[in-house]
Every structure is written in C-alpha cells, then in structure tokens.
Design a protein around this ligand. Structure first.
Ligand SMILES: *Cc1c(COP(=O)(O)O)cnc(C)c1O
Length: 226
C-alpha cells in the first residue's frame, strides 16, 4: 500500500471514530484531500486509494492537474477567489468554499447566469475578524443574509471557516461550535436550507467533526509536509 493510501486509511478510521463519539453517521462527512503543491502523480495515489473529493486553492495549479486525472474527481475551490478567476472557476469546480464578500457573491451570481450554471457555494466566515484573512464577519453575514439568499443562481449550501492557528486542536473547538451556532441561527430564517459546514484541517479535523463539520479539508496529514 502506498504511504498516501495508509494515511488516508488512518484518517478515515479517525473520522469514523469522531463520528461515533458524536452520534453521527460516517457518510455525513466528506473528506476533501487538499492537493495544493503536490503533483498529479501524488494525487493519483490518493485516487487509487478511493479518494474522489479533492481541493485546490489556486486556479492555475488546478488547471495543470485536472486534465491529468480522472474526470470523475470532484474539485473543490478552497482558496481566496479573485474576481478575474470566477469565470474559469465556476465551470471546473463542483463547489466553491471561499465566497468571502457580498460583492463577490453578487459577481459570481452574474457570471453563473451568463454561463447557465447554478453553482454550489459556501460563504467563508472570518469570525475571529483576523486582518490577514478575508471573509464575512458574523455581523455582516446577519445583515446581508436576505440579500445573499435572494441571489438566484448561487446555491448557498453552507458556511466555511479557517479559524486562527492554534497549537492544540481543543482551542479550535469554540470556533467550530460558534460557526455551527451561526449556521443554526441563519437556517431559521424563512426558506433557508443550509446543510453544510466546511471546517477542520489536518491538525483539528476530529474536533471539527465532533462540532458538526460536514466537509473537512485535509492536506499535509495525507500527503506530508509542504
Ligand atoms: C491548505 C489548506 C487546507 C489544508 O491544510 P492542511 O493543514 O495541510 O491540512 C485546508 N483549507 C484551506 C483553505 C487551505 O488553504
């Protein structure tokens, strides 16, 4: 078995244990293998081990790999999305996790109409309001919610976060819990369906699952250090 296959097996086992601890079903949580900086050859090892969902944070890097890998892969766009990349990202990615402002959401909605698409997107929340990160503050999201929900071409499926870096995964737990609470609150607004939470990376995915993550984005724990 390849090293990548072994790591994937270990992670899937830990994910299942985290699901069991929190009374959730294993199939409620999607593992996204984050392949940034790793070659298509390394990604292929993961695919041979059964991996289907893969994540990239740069369009150009993804475009180098997509043609080299099986077409059944589901690509997730997880990095900061510039306006001038939207037209190319929407048709090539199954989901965009990083819609980080109302302005970008409105623009993506226009582009989606032009292209005849109904893309599934997450709204990225910067609830620690870190200056180095983009995303909606909780207050902005509440304030802009009705406008966001009225965008007719974007299917807003959930919230995403990259919480402040911490040395101990337990310290990330409050951020994950607060993202879930925010989701639960927004989901009470009339007509909202908001099933997904994209949260948890190599160092803290088990805690994120215990707090309700439906999509975990894992790179280095699968492929090694970048
Ligand atoms: C790189 C990246 C990840 C994966 O990080 P690891 O620590 O390698 O698991 C997850 N989410 C985003 C947005 C990333 O850019």
């Amino acid at each position: 078995m390849s090293e990548v296959a072994q790591q994937l097996q270990e992670i899937r086992t830990r994910m299942a244990a985290a699901c069991a601890r929190s009374g959730r079903e294993v199939d409620e949580v999607t593992l996204i293998a984050v392949t940034k900086t790793f070659s298509a050859e390394r990604v292929r090892e993961a695919v041979e081990a059964g991996q289907v969902d893969v994540g990239e944070n740069r369009l150009q890097e993804a475009e180098g790999k997509i043609p080299l890998l099986p077409s059944f892969l589901r690509w997730h766009y997880i990095g900061q999305l510039q306006r001038n990349k939207v037209r190319k990202v929407l048709p090539q990615f199954a989901m965009v996790h990083s819609i980080d402002s109302l302005r970008l959401a409105q623009y993506a909605n226009e582009v989606a109409r032009d292209l005849g698409l109904f893309p599934q997107v997450f709204l990225q929340v910067n609830h620690a309001e870190e200056e180095t990160k983009t995303g909606f503050s909780e207050a902005e999201l509440r304030e802009q919610w009705t406008t966001l929900m009225a965008l007719d071409r974007l299917e807003i499926v959930g919230l995403m976060t990259v919480p402040p870096a911490v040395d101990d995964p337990e310290k990330a737990r409050p951020w994950f819990a607060s993202l879930r609470q925010l989701r639960d609150e927004l989901a009470l607004v009339d007509g909202t369906r908001l099933p997904y939470l994209s949260m948890g990376m190599s160092g803290d995915y088990e805690v994120a699952i215990e707090e309700g993550a439906t999509h975990v984005r894992i790179g280095s724990a699968i492929f090694g250090r970048r």
